[in-house]
Each structure stands twice: as C-alpha cells, then as structure tokens.
Design a protein around this ligand. Structure first.
Ligand code: ADP
Ligand code: MG
Length: 682
C-alpha cells in the first residue's frame, strides 16, 4: 500500500495500535516522522574479524560455524547458561547465551552465523558472552541502532522503518535543486534516507549523512537569514555625535577597556546608514548594562528613543534600577512598563512614548504589543538571557524605522552556535571583569555532608551575610511547587529555625516576586530558597553563598548563570553543588564547574556534552531542534550551507522560483512548528 508522509504511523505494516503508542512516545507520529527518525548509532557488521585476530575487551563481529549443539547448564534457579563452540578456521571461540532457549535453539550444528559482541576469555580460549546473533547470509552490513523505549527494541524499529520506506519512498520529493546537489556534491533525498538507515558501507553512510546535515542546516539558515535581512536595512536613524564619553565621565567608576571597545564598535554602527545588528556577549557582571546605557544616552542626546526589553519582570525591574543609578544626574527620562503595570499607568506611558516625552522605556513582552507606538524609536536593546524567540526580537525591531539593535547575552555562546542563531550578526565581547571582584569558589559534594553545609551557611548568615538555596524545579508544575514550599518550610522550621527564610518561585505574581526580591535585597530575608527564577534575579552584593540542590539536573550554562548571582560584592563567595548522581558524565560536568569560572569554557563544554538541542533548551531560542546536524562536528558543512543559503537568497530572495518551492515549504514548516516561530516573509 502506498502511503503519504503525513499518514498516521499506525497504518504502517507491523505497527498497529500498541506500537503506535510506543512510537508516539519517541515523537514519531507519521510515516514521515519514522523515516526521519534517524539512528543514534550504528553497529558495523560488515567488518568481519577473524577469531584469531579478535582482541580481548573489544567489540567485533565474527563469522563462524557452530561446532556442536549448545549445551544447557542450570547454574542457579532461574539462570540457565547455554554454551557452544564456534570456529572460522583460524581459531575456536566459546559462545555463552543466558537464559534464552530460543536463541540457543537457532544455533544448529554446521551452520554459519555472525556473532557481534565483546570478546572476553583468557590467554588461550576466546569467549563472547551474550552476543547478538544473525544468520551469516545477508547479515554482513551496517546496522542502525535506534533510540528505544520500553517495549520497542531497535530491531523492531528497524523493521518498521523498512516497511515505511517501502510504502512511502515515492513521497520523498527532492527539496534541493539540481544545481545545489551538483555544486555541493550531495546525493538525492531517497538515497540519503535509505542509506542513513541501512547503509551498505561507511562511505554510503557518510554521503547520506552529509546530504541530510547540509539540508537541515541550509533550511535553518534560510529561515534565519529571512529574519535578519528584514532587520538589517538602511536607516535614517544615525548618531550625529557620540556622547558616550560624556556618559562614562558621569559614572562613579572607570569603564573597562572591553566596555570602551564594545561601546566604540556600537557607536560606529549606529553612526552609519545601515542599522546596527550587534550581539554584546559578556559574562555575568561584566558590565553589559553600562555599555547599553552609554548607547541609550547617546541616542537620547541625538533625539532618538530607546527601548530595553527583558525576559522577566524581575529582570526588567532590575534594569530599571540600574538605569536609575546611571541616569539620575542626567536629563534622560525613562519608565518601566511590564505586564503588571496598571492599565491607567500604561495608557499614560504609551501617550508619553508616542509624544516623545520619554527617552527610554524598559519592560517585558508588554512592550511588543501592537498599540505601543514610539515617536522616534532609534535603539532597541534586548537582554537575551536565552529566553526570547527570534520572532519577538524581530517584532520590536519593526516598531521603528529599522532601529539599531543590541542583543545582550549573559551566557557566552560558542561561536559556531552564535553563527547559526544570529547569522552574521556582529559580535562584541566583554572579556574582562571590572576590577576588585573575587572569583567564586565552587565545591561539588554529596548529600551526606548536608548538615555540614547547613552549618557553613549558618556561619555566614550569623556574620550578617546572605545566601541562596536553589531547587531544580520545573516552574510550571503545581506539585513541584508544593514541594518547593514544603522544602522552604522544612528549612525554616528545622535546620534554619530562627533565621529569616524566604521563598521565590516562577508562579508567584509579579508584585509578590518583587516584594520577596526587595526584602532579600534589603536584608529582611537572610536565606532565599528559590527555583531557577533567580537566574535572572537582582544583584545582591551581600549574598555570598549558594547551595544548589540536585545540581546534576542543571545544564552547565545554567549553573554558571545561577552562580553569577553571588560573587558580586567585596566578600569572597562560595557555591556548593550538591548531588548524589553516580554516573560519570554527571560527575564530570560538576567537576568542570569547580575548575573554572570562565563562561566561554563552560559554554563550550556544555555544548560538547549536551549538544545544541539541549544547550539552553532550543525552544528558548525559537530555534527548532536539530535532528542530525551537530554544531561542533559539522562546522565545515555549516559553512558550506551558509554559503549555499547566501547563493539561494541572492538569486531568489523570496524563494518563489519553482526549484526553491520545496525549500520554501520546509523553511515555513520548520518555523511554524516552533511556538515562537517565524518564517521567510512574503
Ligand atoms: P552584566 O549586565 O554584564 O551582568 P552589569 O552591567 O549589571 O553586568 O554590571 C554589574 C555591576 O557592575 C553593576 O552594579 C555595575 O554598576 C557595575 N559595573 C559595571 N561596569 C563597571 C566597571 N567598569 N567598574 C566597576 N563597576 C562596574
Ligand atoms: Mg545585568
């Protein structure tokens, strides 16, 4: 039966209701999903190792004849071992099968099989325990290994993929034009899909993978380029004169060289006829806001309005406070507008924005609502913190006549990833912390030292200092929330009895959050129990200690971000990562945290360990998850795809030519699938 790519998976031969449910668990819902459900690894059964050459401890594939029928031996109740000898003419190898009478019965004397597994045994005899076994005939190939779920093995998925391919291969239509395939040496889509699942050899797998990675990156790049071209356009909004030195002169501190350099780069952009599109990267506390303020100041002196958009109300409020400190002695007028601003006040603010009375508006998403108008919006700052979608950023950009934009990013993004997310957006880096900061000391410990840690925290509280305890909770969940409340109550009634313990979580109303944060800032709360919302919390220089519970559940970049809440004052700060995780990777990750406070290093390690999909949570970028491409390993293909995207856009900006129709559909579908999505316009 022929099928469409969007046919429900349950109609594929061999699937049915129960397996369909299991497949859904793997996010496979349609025939197309299954064909694009790529193996996570491969087993090479095409390379046969002679028994004589098989190396102890290594996994290999042996092709051998069964010498004798397996013999059964009960070693204890419920455990039967089947043993037999096999030979390939070079040597003999002993095969052990556990408990499976069925597998043992297949091994008939004199027949030839493939045995895939790890070689063990002593100096003289070679052994393989519980190998995978297949008939020799037709078995010599590379086998796909799929992500599995309980009740659905990789081998079953393999069969289902085969029948899906048979039923729907004609529906796999080519998205890449002939000229692209020729120029970049790419195989056709049908070959690619077949060979990514069932490659005959490593070469064909390589070709298939290259083609699919290229296509994925090309489509992503085309989508992002569509957005970028829109924001990068000629503008009348030019700085006639630079006032940033005047601004820096008014500050109580000297800007760092990095701050001066980044400001100069941005001023140069903003003085030109093409609107600025710049990313300002800098570790927590590196002073990004001061750079943004210098630019806001210059813009205001040139008669242009600015907008600063933050991902949360708490952070918007913090920016407002920071700006207040910066602008109090100047004539720059500014206001804060967030979701919890009262309707009447909002109306008032909107009026003043439209009349040009306000130079700077600071806020959350409320700023991108349709009825917010500006008189002369010239400069837009988004404090990224990886919470914004590409789309939201673009919308605010539409409010003015191609205003200059600056994206502030606290977690340093590895270059390759930045290239993909932001296109060829210009980048300034604040790679220097203001003087006088002591780096945070970090320790990773296990739960048995909990009491000691509590005492250590109390010692600091007794000295009038403050601290955080972070719980890894999903902010939305009701039950988790109850758990946070319980945890905080447990502490204030138990280990921290007599201390002032507060609780902050994502489900609190803006005003309540605000109150807790300001109580903490004022010292009325000594110990703040919090979910990850404090990731973007206010600066409290007196907070010098942070305990992170179940630290293994956080990404490295997130731990780094959290840790950035302390070490903001003159006192030495300590971050304690509590985890009972046993697995080596989790331990390695926490170890990295204890070894460096360099955000770039941490970001790179994070990307290596977790892959870009998980890097910050791809949803937060508005970036769709990558199915096959790897930002680090595929950086060469990434460059080629970027080059190809440029060529395609130059020749056909709206992707309206027939040969690009497939690409256009793919680009639109890709972004439509993500909640913050956006596609190529027109
Ligand atoms: P970021 O946004 O990069 O995390 P901020 O701009 O919020 O950093 O700066 C952190 C703190 O350091 C603020 O209190 C700010 O006033 C202060 N600061 C910024 N630049 C300097 C500097 N060059 N010297 C001393 N303090 C600075
Ligand atoms: Mg900041």
């Amino acid at each position: 039966m022929m099928m469409k790519l969007n046919t429900d998976i349950k109609y594929v031969k061999g699937v049915g209701g129960k397996r369909a449910e299991l497949l859904n668990r793997l996010d496979v819902r349609t025939v197309g999903d299954l064909l694009y459900f790529f193996p996570r690894a491969y087993e090479d059964w095409s390379k046969i190792t002679k028994i004589r050459d098989a190396v102890q401890g290594e996994t290999c594939c042996v092709k051998a004849f069964v010498d004798r029928k397996p013999t059964a031996k009960m070693i204890r109740k419920g455990m039967i071992l089947y043993k037999t000898d096999v030979t390939d003419g070079t040597a003999v190898m002993q095969i052990t099968i556990f408990n499976s009478e069925y597998a043992a019965s297949k091994l008939r004397e004199g027949e030839e099989f493939l045995f895939f597994g790890k070689v063990s045994g002593g100096f003289i005899t070679k052994e393989m325990s519980a190998p995978l076994i297949e008939k020799a005939e037709g078995g010599e190939r590379i086998r796909p290994v799929y992500r599995q779920t309980e009740g659905l093995s990789s081998a079953v998925i393999e069969k289902l993929v085969r029948s899906a391919y048979e039923a729907a291969q004609d529906e796999l239509t080519e998205r890449l034009s002939d000229s692209l395939c020729e120029k970049y040496v790419l195989c056709g889509v049908r070959d690619a899909i077949w060979n990514i699942h069932f490659p005959q050899n490593a070469d064909m797998l390589g070709h298939a993978r290259r083609r699919l990675v290229f296509e994925e990156l090309l489509i992503l790049r085309l989508g992002l380029t569509g957005l970028k071209n829109k924001s990068r356009a000629t503008t009348e909004l030019m700085l006639k004169k630079d006032y940033s030195e005047e601004f820096f002169g008014s500050l109580p501190f000297n800007p760092t060289n990095a701050q001066r350099k980044a400001t100069a780069q941005a001023v140069k952009d903003m003085s030109g006829a093409v609107s600025m599109n710049r990313l300002l990267q800098g570790d927590v506390g590196s002073g990004k806001t001061a750079v943004a303020a210098a630019l806001v100041y210059s813009a205001a002196k040139n008669g242009m309005q600015s907008a600063v958009m933050a991902p949360t109300e708490v952070l918007a409020a913090q920016h407002c406070k920071t700006m207040e400190a910066f602008f109090c002695g100047t004539d720059v007028s500014f206001m804060l507008m967030t979701g919890s601003t009262k309707a009447a006040e909002k109306r008032d603010i909107k009026g003043r924005l439209e009349s040009g009375e306000i130079d700077l508006i600071i806020g959350t998403h409320a700023l991108i609502q349709d009825d917010v108008r500006f008189k002369n919006l010239g400069f837009v700052v988004t404090d990224e913190q990886h919470r914004f979608g590409v789309r939201q950023r673009a919308i605010l950009g539409c409010k003015g006549e191609n205003p200059h934009t600056l994206v502030m990013s606290a977690t340093p993004i590895p270059r390759t990833l930045a290239l993909m997310i932001y296109g060829d957006l210009d980048i300034s880096v604040l790679d220097e912390l203001p003087p006088g900061r002591t780096p945070v000391k970090t320790f990773a410990i296990t739960g048995d030292k909990r009491v000691r840690v509590y005492n250590y925290i109390k010692k600091h509280l007794d000295q009038g200092l403050q601290g955080y305890i972070v719980c890894p909770l999903v902010e939305e969940g009701e039950t988790e929330l109850a758990a946070a409340q319980e945890y905080a109550q447990g502490l204030s009634a138990g280990a921290f009895m007599g201390y002032r313990v507060g609780l902050l979580h994502g489900r609190m109303k803006g005003a309540d959050k605000e109150r807790v944060m300001s109580d903490f800032a004022a010292g009325a709360i000594q110990l703040l129990v919090s979910t990850t919302v404090i990731e973007v919390g206010v600066d409290v220089a007196n907070a010098v200690i942070m305990l992170i519970e179940n630290a293994e559940r956080f990404g490295l970049s997130q731990l780094h971000q959290l840790r950035g809440r302390i070490g903001r004052g003159k006192d030495a700060s300590t971050c304690i990562l509590l985890s009972d995780a046993q697995n080596a990777e989790a331990k390695r990750r926490l170890e990295i945290m204890t070894q460096t406070t360099d955000g770039f290093k941490i970001a790179d390690e994070d990307l290596k360990l977790r892959g870009p999909g998980d890097f910050f949570g791809s949803r937060q970028h508005g970036l769709p998850e990558l199915k096959i491409a790897d930002m680090l390993d595929d950086s060469q293909i990434l460059r080629e795809a970027a080059d190809a995207a440029k060529g395609v856009i130059e020749g056909d900006p709206a992707l309206s030519m027939p040969e690009n129709a497939g690409l256009k559909r793919a680009v639109n579908a890709l972004f439509a699938a993500s909640p913050q999505g956006s596609g190529v316009r027109n």
